[in-house]
Design a protein around this ligand. Structure first.
Ligand SMILES: Cc1cc2nc3c(=O)[nH]c(=O)nc-3n(C[C@H](O)[C@H](O)[C@H](O)COP(=O)(O)OP(=O)(O)OC[C@H]3O[C@@H](n4cnc5c(N)ncnc54)[C@H](O)[C@@H]3O)c2cc1C
Length: 450
């Protein structure tokens, strides 16, 4: 009996149009699944997993498929478990500043709902208007505001999750503190859907900051912009966002969401400072002064509409680059913040040496640079050259004390390189954990490990 006949009460499809739509993510990788399932409750997820466990069927959890490392892309003969129908905001607890959600809730929807009540959920991936909280938990997603407020991991308090054998776990605490036993919530956050399927998530909330000011800082020298990042971060002020775009990224966005910037701009920083209006006034002045000192032309978004326009442009960078090179490759390195100028110089040198165009943007305040290799990955020769460049970029990153992925995860695309960063003994320990949770290797196999 197949899974569809075994679980007739759960919506399932094997229609070619569904298999195609659920067979890829934003990494550009693709493979057809054998079926797509849309459970509506944790109990249904548990039934699916139990059946899959007993019958050796591979299951791939999937939120919105915006992942950049192929985490939700199935291997051959896998079944997609979509969380799309598990999209309720179950409980907003204003007294304790928490919210309980199902995994298919879209991040941006949650942001808007809590903000309407004067509350704040900081993790804001640039994909927030279409990615899910379940996907954010699985990838430990960050976003521009991670600089001041941290990443998804810092907000997950409780997790209901289904093991590969169908058992339902209830992990974590709903209290502000709690240290009983190992912290399995922290282990599951960022485990890329390889250990368990998240079915309910309780998140910490904060009061909504009273005011936000955005500064646009335009540089004619890219290295100076990197130095300005280090100077701002070490000045004692923590902006809530400090985003970077190089000239090519700016030019690409100007095509689809123009800010009217001149061709002479080599780099921009988009800096946001939040807090009480009185307190942030001085901070804004100081940050503007630092950037001006590094030669920037600094302007302030004069109202909320202007601030939103800046963010719309920033969030469209990926899209703009895909329009230029639909099969580009994208990396997600992080270096210590004071090493950003060196990393930018290395990237420029590597691009010149290999003749491969690189476009860089990202969360510079976190040292997180999205490096885009403007190649056609489906062209074998271009791919070979790009692959060896990726290795050199990772080497340069690790030499500076960085990491090869800040937020996009390992998935399929970075699995071949994980050994560059993680020692064999540590990888063995991780494999041991995977084996303990998933002894039959049926949950999202082929991800993370080479
Ligand atoms: C334009 C663009 C901008 C982006 N900007 C950012 C950014 O600023 N910061 C950032 O961190 N990321 C960013 N991303 C990457 C991506 O949006 C995030 O990784 C996001 O968290 C993925 O969510 P999703 O719902 O699309 O998950 P999917 O892509 O569907 O899945 C991602 C992984 O999570 C697993 N998964 C999904 N749901 C569950 C669940 N309920 N239980 C267990 N495992 C699950 C999947 O198996 C897969 O391994 C961006 C992507 C795009 C396309």
């Amino acid at each position: 009996m197949n899974i569809r006949d075994a679980l007739p009460h759960i919506k399932t499809s094997t229609a070619p149009e569904d298999l195609i739509c659920y067979g890829f993510d934003a990494s550009g990788l693709e493979e057809l699944p054998s079926a797509v399932l849309w459970p509506e409750t944790a109990e249904q997820v548990s039934e699916i997993m139990r059946y899959a466990y007993e019958n050796d069927i591979r299951i791939v959890p999937r939120g919105a498929g915006t992942g950049m490392s192929g985490g939700a892309v199935p291997l051959r003969d896998s079944v997609i478990l979509s969380t799309e129908r598990m999209n309720r905001i179950i409980e907003l607890d204003r007294e304790n500043l928490t919210v309980l959600v199902e995994p298919g809730v879209i991040n941006g929807r949650l942001q808007r709902e809590v903000e309407n009540g004067g509350l704040f959920y900081p993790p804001d991936p640039a994909s927030m208007n279409f990615c899910t909280i379940g996907g954010n938990v699985a990838e430990n997603a960050g976003g521009p505001r991670a600089l001041k407020y941290g990443v998804t991991r810092d907000y997950v308090m409780e997790l209901e999750a289904v093991l590969p054998n169908g058992d339902i776990l209830n992990l974590g605490v709903r209290t502000h503190k709690g240290v009983v036993g190992y912290d399995l919530v922290r282990l599951l956050v960022g485990s890329e859907g390889t250990l368990a399927v998240a079915t309910k998530i309780r998140l910490k909330l904060l009061p909504l900051p009273a005011d936000v000011v955005a500064l646009l800082c335009l540089f004619t020298d890219i290295e100076a912009s990197g130095k300005a990042v280090s100077a701002v971060v070490s000045s004692g002020i923590i902006p809530r966002a400090l985003e970077f775009m190089d000239r090519e990224a700016i030019k690409a966005v100007e095509r689809i969401q123009p800010l009217g910037l001149s061709d002479t701009v080599e780099a921009l920083l988009l800096i946001e400072i939040d807090g009480h209006p009185e307190a942030i006034r001085k901070e804004v002045e100081k940050v503007a002064e630092i950037c001006t000192g590094f030669g920037a032309d600094v302007s302030m978004a004069e109202n909320e509409n202007a601030r939103m326009r800046l963010w719309e442009s920033r969030r469209k960078v990926s899209q703009a680059l895909y329009l230029i090179r639909p099969k580009k490759m994208s990396e997600d390195i992080v270096v210590p913040r004071n090493r950003i100028p060196e990393m930018l110089v290395s990237l420029r040198r590597l691009s010149a040496e290999t003749g491969i165009g690189l476009v860089n943007f990202g969360h510079a305040g976190d040292g997180n640079i999205h490096v885009n290799l403007m190649v056609d990955r489906t062209n074998e020769e271009e791919y070979r050259k790009a692959d060896s460049l990726v290795k050199r970029i990772f080497e340069a990153t690790l030499v500076l004390g960085g990491t090869i992925s800040g937020e996009h995860g390992v998935g399929l695309t970075k699995a071949p390189y994980i050994g560059m960063e993680i020692k064999q003994s540590e990888l063995n320990l991780m494999r041991g954990i995977k084996n303990l949770f998933d002894p039959k290797n049926i949950l999202n196999p082929g991800k993370i490990f080479p």
